[in-house]
Design a protein around this ligand. Structure first.
Ligand SMILES: [Ca+2]
Ligand SMILES: [Ca+2]
Ligand SMILES: [Ca+2]
Length: 253
């Protein structure tokens, strides 16, 4: 009798876990590891950099996600209060290298990190990286912060260093192979790419996080999480260990 019920129980468990993972959730602050200058603010957000030169910080969601299933991540960002003298920006990162961040300064914690996808909100013009004069958003591959081979962009946006929180949503549709980025509920950029094969060598399991950095000019940078609609998380043994990521190497700016 026991064996008779086992397949049903198994099926019920699968159904239950699919239902649970399909429900959007507000992530808890404990779901992230903090690195660099990051600390938790009183309103349960993360401050990634201070208004100081050569500051950098990142947070990483402990559970990896699968690029074989759709997801959306909704957060809000604060990119500082200084426009002309404010730098450098933030990058939303996917990578399957656990516990690693890229170069600071103009690299915004993403430079040199591969394999990876970075969605950059860049607030400082670096001529040699082909940055537009305006604040801009770009979808970039493999830690290449120069705008020569972007998957999408760079797309200029209105000044985002305006001392206000802006909503940022990242959505992935694996059926359409489409990664899209919305700011304040408007789609600003999207890339069509076979991320699993073109970037991650067939591996669909990735970690995600948000990095920010300053260089010779600065701003404070904060991120808060509003809502995650994730696919089923991978097994617990794949979760990030509690110690923070290693940095590829020091600042370049
Ligand atoms: Ca600026
Ligand atoms: Ca820049
Ligand atoms: Ca600006």
């Amino acid at each position: 009798m026991k064996n008779f019920f086992r397949p049903f129980l198994f099926f019920a468990l699968i159904l239950f876990s699919a239902l649970v993972s399909a429900i959007a959730q507000r992530p808890s602050i404990e779901d992230f590891t903090m690195f660099g200058d990051t600390y938790r603010t009183e309103d349960d957000c993360f401050r990634l950099t201070e208004e100081e030169d050569y500051s950098s910080g990142s947070i990483w969601y402990k559970r990896p996600i699968s690029l074989s299933a759709p997801f959306s991540i909704e957060l809000s960002i604060l990119a500082g209060c200084k426009d002309t003298d404010g730098a450098d920006g933030m990058v939303f990162v996917f990578t399957n290298r656990a516990n690693t961040v890229g170069y600071r300064g103009e690299g915004i914690g993403f430079g040199g990190l591969r394999p990876s996808i970075g969605i950059e909100v860049d607030t400082w013009l670096n001529y040699h990286l082909n940055d537009p004069a305006e604040d801009h958003v770009a979808i970039m591959a493999n830690g290449m912060v120069g705008h020569y081979n972007d998957l999408a962009g760079p797309k200029p946006i209105p000044n985002i260093e305006d001392c206000r929180r802006h909503q940022l949503a990242i959505r992935w549709d694996p059926a359409a192979q489409r990664l899209s980025v919305e700011i304040d509920k408007q789609e600003v950029i999207a890339a069509r790419a076979d991320l699993v094969n073109a970037i991650f060598q067939g591996n669909d399991v990735v970690y995600w996080g948000v990095t920010a950095a300053t260089g010779r000019y600065n701003n404070f940078h904060e991120v808060c999480f509003d809502r995650l609609s994730m696919n089923g998380p991978a097994e617990e043994e794949n979760w990030l260990p509690v110690e923070g990521p290693q940095e590829l190497w020091a600042e370049r700016k």
